[in-house]
Design a protein around this ligand. Sequence first.
Ligand code: RTP
Ligand code: MG
Length: 142
Amino acid sequence: MSIERTLSIVKPDAVAKNVIGEIYSRFEKAGLAIVASKMKHLTQEEAEGFYAEHKERPFFGDLVAFMTSGPVVVQVLEGEGAILKNRDLMGATNPKEADAGTIRADFAESIDANAVHGSDSAASAEREIAYFFNDNEICPRG
Ligand code: RTP
Ligand code: MG
């Protein structure tokens, strides 16, 4: 395993529930460092571009509507095997199927309002980090 970076989003439902800090704490306790972070309210165009891989899926309209329904917090996580580690912390897409103790099991309401996003591969992580952050906005741990 090597040091990786991954893109994570605290979605509008989790921001509205006031659990940003609890979710950040899970990342830090698992050995992932937050090396970039910003809060923003995504525009329709930003959300559509971010989830472009799902453009043809029946849930695309609902996904974009949800992701633009309130502010999100976008962060870059860095650490040993960060991409898979973050996916493990998140749990399954549908919170009803998520393992106990995962972020989605503990904070998500439904498959739409599912608390967090995480890059699913090295290629996605590279694209998604560049989608939200310039190099000079990322502060690696020395
Ligand atoms: P994410 O991209 O947000 O981290 O979620 P994921 O990898 O676990 O799931 P993905 O397949 O990439 O789907 C992106 C988001 O679309 C919504 N979705 N709805 N109704 C459905 O069948 C369905 N499938 C996916 C979810 O909100 C999911 O997080
Ligand atoms: Mg995904």
